[in-house]
Structures are given as C-alpha cells and as structure tokens.
Design a protein around this ligand. Structure first.
Ligand SMILES: [Ca+2]
Length: 496
C-alpha cells in the first residue's frame, strides 16, 4: 500500500472481499509504521558460497553480490535441509522438511495443492510471480504470473512455459541469466505499485553442464584457478558411502563438464584431476560472472525505480556445491561445501549495513521469515522459524543450536547413499543408512575441512552419544516417520 493511501482506498483498489477481510492483520501486525515490503527472492542453482568474494572466495570476484552484502546481512551458517535442487525448492516454498512436503528427491512431482509462501501472501494483497527455474514438474500454483524454464532449462535461447498456455513452450532469444533477469525486471516495472509483490527470480545457472556466455568465458579461458586444499582427499577413515560416490573429478566427470573437451591422451591421476579442475572451474565461474552482472542490473533497476527502500532483496542458492573439494563436483553430501547455502538479505532501514550473522538459519526458515515481514500469521505446521529479529541484529532467545539434514536420493546419479545427520556450531554427525550402515563424525573446530572421521576416536565418544540423542530428538520434533525406509520408490531420472 502506498504511504499516503488510506485503508479504505486500498480496499477499494484491491476490491476482493476476501482481501478486505484480512486487511486489519496486514495493517496492524505488519504496519509498524511501514508499508509491507516487496520481496525479491533471487536464487541461483548450485552456486556455492565459496564462489562469492564476500564469503572469502579464493577463486573469483563477485562485486555486485558484495555490494548487496555491504548494504545488508550476510549469513555464514545458512544450510539446506536436503542438498539437491527440487527438494530444497519445495522446502523454501512450504517451510517444511521433505518428508512432509513430499518432495524427497528430484524425481518426484511437487504436490501443488499444499499451502505455500505465495498462496499465503496473496490474501493480504501481494501479487506473486515465479520467473526462471522451477524444476518441480507440476504446474506452479499460487502465482499470479509465472514464466518458467521446463526441467533444467537451456543456457542459450531458452524455452519458457507461461500460465496462459501451459504446458506449451515459447522460446526467448538470448543467454538464460540475462533473459530471466529481463523478465523479472519487466514484471516489477509493470507491477501495480498499490500492491506489494513477491517475485521469485530463479536462475538456471550455474547448473551443470556449464555453458557460459562467450563474453564471460573470455575472462576465464586463460585463467589459472587456485586449487582447493582438499582436491586430493584420499577418504582415509571415511565411510564407504563416501569412497563409493560417483562424483570424482578423476573418474566421473563427463566431457560435457569440461566444455565438450576430452582430456589429452594418457593423462591420469593427479594431473588428470588438475586438468579437469581447471576447465570445470573456468566454465562454472564464468556462469557465475553472468549471475553477478545481472544482480548488478537488478539492483540498479530497483534504485532507479525507487523500489529500493521498500523491497527485501534476498540472494541464495538451492544448495552449495563441491568445487573440487574432496576431489568432487556436485553436492548431496552433508559436507560443508554442499550443505551451506549462500544467503544475503538487504532491507534498507531495517537490516544493518554490512552485517554478518553466524546463527544457523535453514531453507525452511525462508517462508516463515517473509510471512513475518508481511504481517501474516505463520501456520502452526510450518517447521521453519522466522529469523526477522536476527535480520534486525537481535537473535531471539532459544534460537536453534543444532540443525537436521536428510538426503534420500539413492540409487541415482552420483550414487550418494541416503543419509541424515545433525550439525551444531562445532560438531557434525552423519548416518549413512541406505545400502550401508555407517557413521561419520567431524569436529569442525579442529578439522574444518572434514578430513578426519572421528567416529571411532575415544575422546569423542561422550560427544557422539549426546549428539545421537539430539539427532533422534530432532527427528521426533520434525515428525520423521520411523522406521525410515532404506530406499524410496524410484522413477526416471536424468543425467544432470
Ligand atoms: Ca541445485
């Protein structure tokens, strides 16, 4: 609602009785002297935090994401609850773990009849739009407008599906990150300023197989990228589930992952890993350069359009990614590089500039937080917590000290065994339970790179026993059904 617009005028403008009936809570609980914020939620796909310079990247620069962080809050401990695409997206929309929203893996279809963030915002006057990668098979629900790429989408001249002609596709010319940004800007430009908007702008990039825009590829094609310290992890003392995963640079990388180029004949071992790492990273980072450039475009647009002050801008990725860490590409494991989501949030006047939070926030917290900002009551069955107070620089008493993770997709590409686990500020305990029955324990203070599995070390036994109790308590709290099936029903899968 515009600052000088009266409630009666607003009701007249919006019209619908259902909207009018819910307005008081909208005004009084959200009011706080401010009109409700627009929400621009920008999410990329597989963008690891350690490929963002304000997170301390050693391998690239992201000046526009750094600018967003300088004007807002950076979260250093934001985690996904299941480290693959569609499940994380479902948790973001529903505020629930996957065993409750049904999206256990990438192969299932999202049940669009359940309550979601956009559906809950609409009755209080929000216009809602979903632009870019959706990846949950069923038609998006709860959005006034959507323009999504089918499946994984294409990097060049991408196809889109729109509400009016679902599931037919229309092709747009250009590079996918530019096109999705154009579409999001166009939507916001044309939005009726009397109503707040929720725009979910979901990039396809930097998802595999990496195909950068030629102008960004030129920046990286001759660059030597520093290697990660765990590039040659030998997995000694680790679970068989880790040793057997099919996501190593050495044995499992496809020529498509290295720009369609096969390695020189005879190259093997560490030299092959090094060769593949360089090509993989050049393509991946060049895709991110386009993301960063487009973040700059969208921030400039908000400023020029005078939308800056009353728009929450969030940047995240559906989960992290292994950038040669532990000799891997891809994600899925509960290891730090894949578990961690980048999260930067700007809301001028409320979020302190250049602030950093070490509190543990999760993808299931996003929906409750945005609902809280909009003055909407958070449904009792949402499992996430609002971190609005943290954004104001005040951590609520009794904020979570441990998080629960659960990955299900096995057997599938990369053959990562099903596992669940608990992470606290210092420790991590993981149980692989699909085809194996193994545990891993890491002391993140003494072993931040997760190289030493301490599960059988005598000095950690008391800690491990305590963590197991906390882990099982979290499973009960989050209503995880027991016994947990070792494998979920399988359907078709795709290479990437
Ligand atoms: Ca992803």
């Amino acid at each position: 609602m515009l600052r000088n617009q009266s409630r009666r005028d607003f009701i007249k403008t919006v019209g619908a009785g259902a909207v009018a009936a819910t307005l008081p809570s909208w005004i009084y609980s959200c009011g706080r002297g401010q009109k409700p914020p627009n929400i621009l939620f920008i999410m990329s796909d597989d963008h690891a935090a350690h490929a963002i310079s304000c997170y301390g990247s050693r391998i690239n620069q992201t000046p526009n994401l750094d600018r967003l962080a300088a004007e807002g809050m950076r979260f250093d401990n934001c985690f996904c609850t299941n480290g693959i695409c569609a499940p994380s997206r479902a948790s973001i929309l529903t505020g629930k773990y996957n065993h409750l929203n049904g999206m256990l893996d990438n192969k299932l279809e999202f049940d669009g009849s359940q309550p979601t963030l956009p559906k809950l915002l609409k009755p209080v006057g929000y216009r809602t739009a979903m632009i870019g990668k959706w990846h949950m098979k069923s038609e998006p629900t709860g959005f006034d407008y959507y323009k999504i790429v089918p499946g994984q989408g294409k990097y060049f001249n991408p196809d889109f599906q729109v509400k009016e002609t679902w599931p037919e596709t229309v092709t747009e010319s250009g590079y996918v990150t530019d096109v999705i940004t154009d579409e999001a800007i166009q939507y916001m430009q044309n939005a009726d300023r009397r109503q707040p908007f929720l725009v979910m702008c979901h990039h396809k990039a930097p998802h595999r197989p990496w195909q950068p825009h030629p102008k960004h590829w030129k920046q990286f094609r001759n660059r030597e990228i520093p290697e990660p310290p765990t590039l040659f992890d030998d997995y000694e003392g680790k679970a068989e589930a880790v040793k057997n995963a099919e996501m190593t640079l050495e044995h499992h990388m496809h020529p498509l992952d290295t720009g369609g180029i096969s390695p020189p004949e005879g190259l093997k071992g560490k030299e092959l890993i090094r060769w593949r790492y360089q090509l993989y990273m050049r393509n991946y980072l060049a895709c991110i350069a386009s993301i960063d450039e487009n973040i700059g475009r969208i921030l400039d647009f908000l400023k020029e359009s005078k939308l800056e002050q009353n728009t929450i801008v969030a940047y995240t990725s559906d989960q992290g990614f292994f950038l040669g860490d532990h000799g891997w590409f891809d994600k899925r494991f509960m290891y730090e590089e894949s578990l961690r989501m980048p999260l930067i949030i700007r809301y001028p006047g409320l979020v302190p500039n250049g602030s950093v939070s070490k509190e543990m926030v999760l993808n299931v917290d996003f929906a409750p937080t945005f609902l809280d900002f909009a003055g909407v009551d958070i449904p009792a069955d949402m499992q996430g917590e609002s971190f609005r107070k943290i954004l104001r620089g005040r951590t609520p008493r009794h904020w979570r000290q441990a998080m629960y993770y659960h990955y299900y997709e096995y057997p599938a590409w990369h053959m990562v065994d099903a596992h669940y686990g608990i992470r606290t500020q210092r420790y991590k305990l993981i149980h692989y339970y699909g085809y194996t029955d193994e545990w891993e324990f890491f002391d993140l203070k003494n072993d931040p790179r997760e190289l030493k599995n301490g599960y059988n070390m005598p000095e950690y036994q008391a800690t491990i026993a305590r963590l197991k109790n906390e882990l099982y308590a979290l499973q009960t709290y989050y209503k995880v059904k027991k016994p947990i099936p070792k494998q979920i029903e399988k359907s078709e899968t795709s290479l990437f």
